[in-house]
Design a protein around this ligand. Structure first.
Ligand SMILES: [Cu+2]
Length: 132
């Protein structure tokens, strides 16, 4: 009889331990999303040769930076799927893979969006071009 009681207690401990494990997993997921947000705000050094690589459904960087008053060459490569770019406010469009050149004059932040309806994640394809 004692053996059965011990077995019951032991299985109860196992169930409690399993619940505790689930809690710590969800906490880990929260902290990883925090670190993602902090990298989004960092602005890289300006480079007027911008190579953007698109995949399903994001561009390879959250922020690209260029210098104002100098010619900028943007190229787009599709690593996965079929995407294009529109840079809002700068009249720059690349549909599919290709290049475009332009000279930004106004410093500021411009949105880079996907120009091709590529699927479910299309609306999430947003990056920023910082003109310094
Ligand atoms: Cu798209």
């Amino acid at each position: 009889m004692k053996k059965i009681l011990f077995a019951l207690l032991f299985s109860l401990v196992l169930v409690l331990a399993a619940c505790g494990g689930d809690d710590s997993e969800s906490k880990e997921a929260d902290t990883s999303s925090d670190t993602e947000q902090s990298t989004e705000t960092a602005t890289p050094d300006p480079n007027n040769e911008v190579n953007i690589v698109a995949s399903n459904f994001e561009f390879d960087k959250d922020v690209y930076a260029v210098k104002a008053g100098e010619e900028v060459k943007v190229s787009l490569t599709n690593d996965e799927g079929m995407h294009g770019i529109i840079i809002e406010g700068l009249d720059v469009t690349i549909d599919g893979e290709g290049e475009a050149t332009f000279t930004p004059t106004e410093p500021g932040e411009y949105k880079i969006l996907c120009s091709i309806m590529c699927g479910e994640g299309h609306g999430e394809m947003v990056s920023t071009l910082v003109v310094q």
